[in-house]
Design a protein around this ligand. Structure first.
Ligand SMILES: N[C@@H](CCC(=O)N[C@@H](CS)C(=O)NCC(=O)O)C(=O)O
Length: 184
């Protein structure tokens, strides 16, 4: 069975959310990160960076939440075949993990970046329910998890972005979200 390594409050919940969405069986290996279990040789053999999430699927080891999400999507038949269409999913997953996460969570650039990113996202969600259109996809896990962390972790007023707020509610209402990130 696929093993997902994570800490009590860690980005492993993002991967766990998607595993629940997919209905893929997995074992959650809870590391004692406060006790430094992620810096021990056994775990560093799986991820030399000593970070979670990390998965082990059979003999295959993978880390970085975005790479894991895309792996799971492809393995479970959730990605299109064409290079161009697939790359759009990669674009959104990388956007969520890098541009959006940095723009919202790095204090030094938040004031400058957040309005630009949220305005663009608001425009998208004003005309469609999910990142890729009418269907929930792995792109929503990557982007939706970062947006859903805003009310949990930041005191950022989103009232100028009503479509983003509606989107966050659509994400957080999902049973698989509530069973995972929602438990934080
Ligand atoms: N970009 C990475 C970030 C991974 C990351 O920083 N994880 C944190 C937990 S949320 C961690 O393992 N921190 C332990 C450490 O840095 O020692 C991802 O999305 O997987």
């Amino acid at each position: 069975m696929l093993k997902l390594y994570g800490g009590k409050r860690s980005r492993a919940s993002i991967v766990q959310w998607y595993l629940e969405e997919l209905g893929v069986p997995y074992e959650f290996v809870l590391l004692d990160m406060e006790g430094g279990e992620h810096r021990q040789p056994d775990f560093l053999a799986l991820n030399p960076m000593g970070k979670v999430p990390t998965i082990v699927d059979g003999d295959f080891k993978l880390w970085e939440s975005g790479a894991i999400l895309l792996y799971l999507a492809e393995k479970n038949g959730q990605l299109p075949n064409s290079l161009e269409e697939k790359s759009i999913f990669t674009q959104w997953v990388l956007f969520g993990n890098s541009t959006l996460a940095t723009g919202l969570f790095v204090e030094a650039s938040r004031e400058r970046e957040a309005p630009k990113l949220l305005t663009a996202l608001n425009k998208i969600f004003a005309s469609q329910p999910y990142i890729m259109g009418d269907d929930f996809t792995v792109a929503d896990v990557a982007v939706g998890s970062i947006l859903a962390y805003v009310p949990i972790m930041l005191k950022l007023d989103l009232s100028d972005y009503p479509a983003v707020l509606d989107y966050i509610k659509r994400m957080t209402d999902r049973p698989a979200f509530q069973e995972t990130i929602g438990q934080r």
